[in-house]
Design a protein around this ligand. Structure first.
Ligand code: HEM
Length: 521
């Protein structure tokens, strides 16, 4: 009996234990379920703040021709993370370093793609280039190819003599022109920037072959086309209106002109390769691209089509020319407007130049390293006048959350580098041109300091950064050391016209004409 009771007690005990284990497991599962529901419900569907919209056009009416300025005014009201409805396209506008860091660092991969662009579709053969191509394995390959063979620090260093030669040509041109009145520095600097990039990319000078004017015009046409209002970019279903108003036709004409010009340059390279039975020393970028076209499976696995080569070359000629010359024009304009800064820079440059070289040609690249004020001036110019004030548009590749707000997949993202560079929360006297602010500061434009992002940051950061900075440093150092600069008679520094011209890159609207007085060591 006792034995039986003890068995039944044990059985009851076991049952009890199993039941309590089951209930514990049940409560634990319930707890997990509730927490996960709670966590999911934290993923809000609350959208970032937006201005009120109008039917059909949404917020389009709020944008002026200088979009970066309109967007800053709006963000002052709605915050540094703002959602606009531009026609049918949800557009996230970023206006603070903190938010820029979210997009280009914390969630860099989500935002590393590009939205569709009608101009890129028409001019760049459907965005076959590097800059407008959506994020993909092919984009990564193309970027690697361009960096390794054209734009990495080692390659940029190897173009040193070429840059010095082009600077010498520019100085000589200014010297000659200066004897007969003010020099059009806008024109001079366009030619300089174009000559450097075309020599590096195609191995020869477009100036000498008479192609420089044509390419200059094409670069300008590109800037206009990429800033034009295409209905398709805001109302994809109304693409036909672009045809009706002739905007697409104009862009197609630009595309055709680019195609003919680049085809000619490529054909010259092909002819040389044929003449020397492919035994051409691969010394320029086009040769390298052509060799990849011919043997797609060799070594690199990169299979590049002729259309892709042309689109990539267009990127290089356009991005390499426009951004650099626009920045140099702003630099000269700011220096002439601020004579004390000009004097301080001239003292540094003229004083740092090697004693042995005084009286000879000019500043060489080896002198630049010691010129800390020159570097501060260039940073300050890029802070106040980033050539691409809204960078290039990004797009969200999936739904995500930023600071508790929901960002839908396929939202276009505009990052206002111009507004960020003038944010009073991060910069003292932000509207003033004061290179001194960088003298005791480690803030740089290389993509780690989000208050200064003229080249962007993260996966899509400008691959031409080193190339551009090297060209700008050597050009500016020589311009200020080789000449004293004045405004033409009757113009005053305080009333100088600094109006911006609208475009994908924002340059000075009026050409910069200056009196150059040659200076001898
Ligand atoms: C002062 C000169 C320059 C400035 C301010 C500048 C600025 C920029 C900016 C803001 C972007 C977009 C970054 C983003 O989307 O987040 C960009 C992209 C790009 N830049 Fe530059 N750039 C300059 C010079 C150059 C030069 C000299 C080249 C080539 C020779 C170049 C080639 C490119 C290319 C190919 C891209 C597209 C990269 C991609 O989408 O992966 N840039 N640049």
């Amino acid at each position: 009996m006792i034995k039986l009771r003890s068995v039944s007690t044990r059985h009851t005990m076991q049952l009890l234990m199993e039941t309590s284990l089951l209930s514990t497991l049940f409560i634990f599962a319930l707890f997990l379920l509730l927490t996960s529901i709670k966590r999911t419900s934290k993923k809000t569907t609350r959208l970032p703040p937006s201005p009120p919209t109008l039917p059909v056009i949404g917020n389009l009416h709020l944008l002026g021709s200088l979009t970066h300025r309109s967007l800053r005014a709006l963000s002052n009201q709605y915050g540094s993370l703002m959602l606009l409805h531009l026609g049918q396209i949800p557009t996230l506008v970023i206006s603070s370093p903190e938010m820029a860091k979210e997009i280009m660092k914390t969630q860099d991969r989500t935002f590393a793609s590009r939205p569709p662009s009608k101009a890129a579709k028409l001019i760049l053969s459907g965005a076959l280039d590097l800059a407008f191509r959506p994020y993909s394995e092919y984009w990564r390959q193309l970027r690697k190819l361009t960096t390794v063979h054209l734009l990495c620090a080692k390659k940029v260093q190897s173009y040193r003599l070429l840059r010095e030669e082009e600077v010498a040509v520019m100085l000589e041109k200014i010297r000659r022109a200066s004897s007969s009145g003010p020099v059009n520095m806008t024109k001079t600097l366009v030619t300089f920037s174009a000559d450097v990039i075309t020599r590096v990319v195609s191995g020869r000078n477009f100036r000498e072959s008479g192609k420089d004017e044509l390419f200059g015009k094409l670069v300008k046409e590109n800037n206009v086309a990429f800033a034009a209002f295409f209905f398709e970019d805001y109302f994809p279903s109304l693409a036909w209106i672009d045809e009706l108003f002739g905007i697409s036709t104009r862009a197609r004409r630009t595309a055709k002109r680019w195609d003919t010009a680049i085809e000619e340059v490529i054909e010259e390279h092909v002819a040389l390769r044929e003449k020397y039975d492919d035994d051409v020393e691969e010394k320029d970028f086009i040769d390298i691209l052509l060799s990849l076209l011919k043997k797609p499976d060799d070594e690199t696995d990169t299979n590049i089509s002729r259309e892709e080569i042309k689109a990539l070359l267009m990127d290089m000629f356009a991005a390499g020319t426009e951004t650099t010359h626009v920045t140099l024009v702003w630099a000269m304009a700011e220096l002439v407007r601020n004579p004390e800064t000009m004097k301080k820079l001239q003292d540094e440059v003229r004083g740092t130049a090697d004693e042995a070289k005084k009286g000879t040609l000019m500043i060489k690249e080896e002198d630049l390293e010691r010129m800390v004020y020159l570097k501060a001036v260039i940073k300050e110019v890029l802070r106040l006048h980033p050539a691409a004030p809204l960078l290039l548009p990004h797009v969200s590749m999936e739904d995500c959350q930023i600071q508790g707000f929901h960002v839908p997949k396929n939202a276009k993202v505009l990052i206002n580098a111009w507004a960020i560079g003038r944010d009073p929360k991060h910069w003292d006297e932000p509207e003033e041109f004061k290179p001194e602010r960088f003298l005791n500061s480690s803030v740089d434009f290389k993509g780690n300091d989000f208050e200064l992002i003229p080249f962007g940051a993260g996966r899509r950061i400008c691959p031409g950064l080193h190339f551009a900075v090297s060209s700008m440093e050597i050009a500016l150092a020589n311009l200020v050391s080789g000449f004293d600069w004045e405004l033409p008679l009757g113009m005053s520094a305080t009333k100088m016209d600094m109006t911006e011209a609208p475009g994908l890159t924002i340059g000075k609207k009026e050409p910069l004409c200056l009196v150059a007085k040659p200076w001898v060591f």
